[in-house]
Design a binder for this molecule. Structure first.
Ligand code: NDP
Ligand code: 2IT
Length: 447
């Protein structure tokens, strides 16, 4: 059977074995659609059924999370941890708290994480977890009770050599603090390396908070540099207004670009003078308010409710909110408006139709597993500091992050060239990541 036919039948098998998990199917199709040339070169991976093994999580944990709100009403949520692959190191990946979370979402994120983590070159496997808990509008005390209940089950599955969660949508410094507090209390172990994204009080690392956004900006800078271009004078649109978006905006400004718009799930803000990061941080991180509050202070900025931020013309688009937030039509609008580069801060933010539009347009398109790997790479640096009871300066940490992103870009770029698909970062990222993780799986024997 031809390699691509074999991969297509594997995709069919994954779809049948995992019904109703549309986002997981999409992520599997994306990777298996790119790696045929790598299998041609490495028939040993097919003989040992490495791809079948990569598509089946090593372990999937689903649990009940009961908690009480401030009025004494009882709520029951569902918690997840999918431990996908540990060939390269302990399972590593974030926790997402969002009302739409289900097993298919966590599996897509865990699958992506395996390849993303392989790309970083760090010793980390891949996993993901979370809950269908909606933190919006909840008090600090409610969030604390939820986190404590969630950890009361999760603690038995994690550990610095086993599985190391971090943040994702809805899980930031506040939640990691509550989760670490409960882990420490239950286990009576000050095991800093069990979670990353901790505060600086508890063994957290400099630059972890900023790393995903900073890394995405560095990755786009590298893509532009490879074309003899730079951020200088570029108009940039960022979606989202959370952790990734805020630090993407900050770094793009430092690199010479101007971010004119950002968004949340209710609408978007356009500020032609450039988004004021300090104000955005105040609105989102301190006040925990909606983005519409930005224009209450910056009176010359515009807020548009219910509209898509991708209508705003830009040279560079940096989706940093959620999966499938750029449709084929929205990608076409971006390209028509002159967009020449896309760097995905979010995981799988572009639909397959949108990806085709970007690739056909010749834009530099940096897929999430490459463009947003700075976050998890900085988590691996946090684990390294925890293991050696050390802490590095901000400058040293940012320098390491920059080196890692430069190396990831070079690896994606060179791999695409090597396989005759120069400029295609989807192929470059998938093949480079697959080759590394497949080699590690194979060498462990049939486990
Ligand atoms: P945050 O919770 O800090 O912020 C999320 C932002 O995205 C908010 O502005 C939110 O708006 C918006 N958003 C979330 N879900 C949706 C949705 N369904 N529709 C529209 N807007 C939505 O999360 P992060 O910034 O950490 O994560 C953003 C993306 O980056 C995710 O895809 C995540 O997986 C990815 N990522 C995060 C990393 C990290 O280190 N944190 C690392 C690598 C990738 P609203 O408040 O209205 O919901
Ligand atoms: O999607 C991601 O890479 C993250 N949410 C960060 C994971 C981590 O372990 O730092």
């Amino acid at each position: 059977m031809r390699v691509q036919e074999r991969l297509d039948s594997l995709i069919d098998e994954v779809l049948q074995r995992n019904p109703g998990e549309a986002e997981f199917h999409q992520a599997v199709r994306e990777v298996l659609g790119s790696i045929a040339p790598a299998l041609d070169k490495h028939p040993e991976f097919a003989d040992a059924k490495i791809i079948e093994r990569l598509c089946e999580p090593e372990r999937q944990i689903i649990f009940r999370v009961p908690w009480e709100d401030d009025q004494g009403e009882v709520h029951i949520n569902r918690g997840f941890r999918v431990e996908f692959n540990s060939a390269l190191g302990p399972y590593k990946g974030g926790l997402r708290f969002h009302r739409d979370v289900g097993l298919g979402t966590i599996k897509f994120l865990g699958f992506e994480q395996v390849f993303k983590n392989a790309l970083t070159g760090m010793p980390i496997g891949g996993g993901k977890g979370g809950a269908d808990f909606d933190p919006r509008g909840r008090s600090d005390r409610e969030v604390m009770r939820f986190c404590q209940s969630f950890m009361t089950e999760l603690y038995r599955h994690i550990g610095e050599y086993t599985d190391v969660p971090a943040g994702d949508v809805g899980v930031g410094g506040r939640e990691i603090g509550f989760l670490f507090g409960q882990y420490k209390r239950i286990t009576n172990r000050y095991e800093s390396g069990v979670l990353t994204g901790k505060s600086l009080h508890h063994g957290g690392a400099q630059v972890r908070t900023e790393a995903t956004g900073y890394g995405a900006a560095f990755f786009v800078e590298e893509m532009l540099r490879a074309r003899g271009d730079s951020f200088d004078g570029k108009q940039v649109v960022v979606s989202g207004a959370g952790n990734v978006a805020i630090y993407t905006i900050e770094k793009v400004h430092q690199l010479g670009g101007r971010v004119v718009a950002c968004s949340d799930s209710s609408g978007f803000v356009v500020d032609e003078k450039g988004i004021d990061v300090e104000l955005l941080r105040q609105v989102k991180e301190v006040d925990r308010a909606r983005i519409s509050a930005y224009v209450d202070v910056r009176r010359d900025a515009d807020y548009r409710a219910g509209a898509s931020v991708w209508e705003v013309p830009c040279d560079v688009a940096m989706p940093s909110a959620t999966q499938n937030e750029i449709s084929g039509a929205q990608a076409a609008t971006l390209v028509r408006n002159g967009c020449i580069a896309v760097g995905e801060g979010a995981n799988m933010p572009t639909t397959p139709e949108g990806v085709d539009v970007f690739l056909e347009s010749g834009a530099a398109y940096g897929p999430g597993k490459a463009a947003n790997c700075g976050g998890v790479a900085a988590s691996a640096l946090e684990m390294q500091q925890n293991a050696s009871r050390d802490s590095w300066s901000f400058e040293q940490s940012e320098r390491r992050l920059r080196e890692i992103i430069t190396a990831v870009h070079a690896s994606c770029h060179a791999t695409a060239e090597e396989y005759g698909m120069g400029g295609n970062y989807v192929a470059g990222a998938n093949i480079a990541a697959f080759t590394r993780v497949a080699g590690a799986v194979l060498a462990l024997g049939l486990v």
